[in-house]
Write a new protein. Structure first.
Length: 518
């Protein structure tokens, strides 16, 4: 079964890393590592997981040279480690060369197409970046020359040498080389089509194609049905005398942190829960913002706006309100262009004198946002809820308002500069750029967020990120708000005046319940 909370299971051919194994396994390792840092609540990570799993299966025999790992940054215990490794969005892929010393030695790997093939090629390219500290188990990947081939059997105690002739941009040769790295008595080298002497010597006319050299001086064309990686690999593994090496490293299963499943917290859909809201504050300020060790420029501005609207409009318990106001005051007073997160953290945990006691719990408790599985709902659900609440509260405290876009602008900035689901942030920014500036009243702001959220719901309905126990529907459903729904000429329409009344009642302090808060 799946790891508690994670998207991957011990049955997958990759290493499930945890806070206590991350550095020990990945740093100072004799193999390179490619690690996916993900958050189980992030829909795009859920989409990406099958690709990552397929990649891991595809390159599992490359393991002594390169290992694949995953770390769930949404797990409380792992969050500090993700910060230390500089993870600011999900999923993030980082390649660590063999013998990497520090968390920042990881190189970000881009994965625009999300195809197994392009990721696999990316691994090859990154392996080639090793210079003096080549991973000991990784065979040479550079193209072979005439001199090297001529002296090969004197220098290497193997029976066979397979030469893969290919064009410069082909990966087949290097992939077969890595596929065969655990096999004894055979070596594989790529030869470029531009290496004219070798091409002529072995009568090669098409690329890719392969030639097998034997240490008795004979050679033959490798006959395969299709000139492709899996066919060459299969052919070579069948050769007499070629065996899988006894040194095959078996990857010891990592000890898993056992988490006891949380008891189900019954929630009522017609209510808003303070536990969700306070958990959103904790997660946003203590985890998402903490991923940036220094806050400057637009990001610092976004943080200030976010905290300012929280201080003004968050209808929290008195000690939470005091806390938000003191954080806001502190942020207003910082002089200079940047704030180290460490300084903010002292304020958030009140290790500075004269500020409110540490109020944010060190944990999250989802109630209205609880999912049927740990990777459903949770934080993104609570962030929506928080911002709906803030847009509605701004309609009730117009005296305090600096304009109709105050809360929406703060949300836009927060999502853009901090929200870990980067794909979500891109989509949201698209919607904001399209129409947010047309909002001209605080009421319209609350309705704008409601209607954009419904667009997101429509887009995500039926996808694998949908919790089957909480299907994505247009909200509020008929049973929550009958007057919100109307029919005109046989078509469903929203009664926006009724929706606004409903939003104001739903996201009001009177409808916020304290169940499961401590
Ligand atoms: P959510 O959609 O999170 O809603 C939370 C709660 O808000 C609901 O339970 C309901 O009580 C209430 N609600 C629902 N609809 C409305 C509404 N229209 N108005 C007011 N209240 C409402 N996931 C992706 O996979 N792809 C994305 O591109 C993406 N973009 C996102 C952008 C933002 C800014 C955020 C905050 C999240 C995004 N997500 C995205 C996550 C996704 O929208 C959900 O938050 C997540 O899948 C959890 O869904 P949920 O069922 O808990 O309900």
């Amino acid at each position: 079964g799946a790891q508690p909370g994670g998207l991957y299971s011990p049955a997958d051919p990759l290493v499930l890393l945890q806070v206590d194994t991350l550095e020990r396994r990945v740093l100072n390792s004799s193999s390179a590592w490619l690690v996916e840092f993900y958050a189980s609540w992030c829909g795009h990570c859920v989409h990406f997981a099958p690709t990552w799993r397929a990649l891991a299966a595809d390159v599992q025999e490359w393991r002594p040279a390169v290992n694949l790992g995953v770390l769930d940054c949404a797990e409380m215990a792992n969050q500090k480690a993700c910060g230390k490794f500089g993870i600011t969005g999900f999923p993030t892929l980082k390649f660590f060369k063999a013998f990497s010393k520090n968390p920042d030695d990881g190189m970000k790997v881009f994965h625009p197409g999300n195809s197994v093939e392009s990721l696999r090629q990316s691994i090859v390219i990154h392996l080639e970046m090793h210079k003096e500290t080549w991973p000991p188990a990784c065979p040479p990947l550079e193209p072979a020359s005439m001199e090297e081939i001529q002296g090969f059997f004197q220098a290497n105690n193997v029976t066979y040498l397979a030469l893969i002739f290919e064009k410069n941009d082909s990966f087949v040769g290097r992939e077969v080389t890595l596929d065969m790295l655990q096999y004894e008595n055979v070596a594989v080298r790529r030869v470029l089509s531009s290496e004219e002497e070798l091409v002529k010597k072995y009568n090669v006319t098409t690329f890719p194609s392969a030639v097998l050299l034997v240490n008795n001086g004979t050679f033959c064309r490798i006959q395969v049905q299709i000139e492709a990686r899996s066919f060459y690999t299969h052919y070579l593994r069948q050769l007499p005398g070629v065996t899988q090496g006894s040194s095959t490293p078996t990857v010891a299963p990592d000890v898993q942190i056992k988490t006891t499943p949380m008891p189900w917290r019954p929630a009522d859909r017609s209510k808003v829960y303070m536990a969700d809201l306070e958990s959103a504050l904790h997660y946003a300020l203590r985890i998402e913002v903490a991923r940036f060790s220094v806050l400057t420029g637009e990001r610092l501005k976004a943080l200030k706006s976010f905290v300012a609207v929280l201080a003004k409009y968050f209808p929290g318990r008195p000690f939470v309100q005091n806390f938000l106001r003191s954080v806001n005051r502190w942020l207003r007073n910082v002089s200079g262009p940047s704030v180290p997160y460490r300084a903010l953290e002292l304020v958030l945990t009140n290790r500075k004198e004269g500020l409110a006691p540490a109020v944010l719990s060190n944990n999250v408790t989802w109630v209205g946002c609880q999912g049927s599985k740990p990777h459903f709902r949770g934080y993104p659900c609570s962030l929506w809820t928080l911002f709906h609440l803030l847009t509605v509260q701004a309609t009730k405290h117009r005296r305090l308002s600096t304009g109709p876009l105050e809360v929406l602008g703060a949300m836009r900035g927060y999502v853009r500069w901090f929200f870990g689901c980067r794909e979500c942030a891109k989509h949201f920014e698209g919607m904001a750029a399209e129409s947010m500036d047309q909002v001209s009243t605080v009421n319209e702001a609350a309705l704008w967020l409601w209607s954009r959220h419904n667009r997101v719901n429509a887009r995500l309905a039926g996808t694998e990120t949908e919790d089957p126990k909480f299907p994505k529907r247009q909200w509020p459903p008929l049973d929550l708000c009958p007057p919100c729904h109307d029919m005109v000429n046989g078509r469903h329409v929203w009664d926006e005046a009724a929706v606004l009344r409903f939003l104001k009642a739903h996201f009001s302090p009177a409808n916020i319940f304290l169940d499961f808060t401590v």
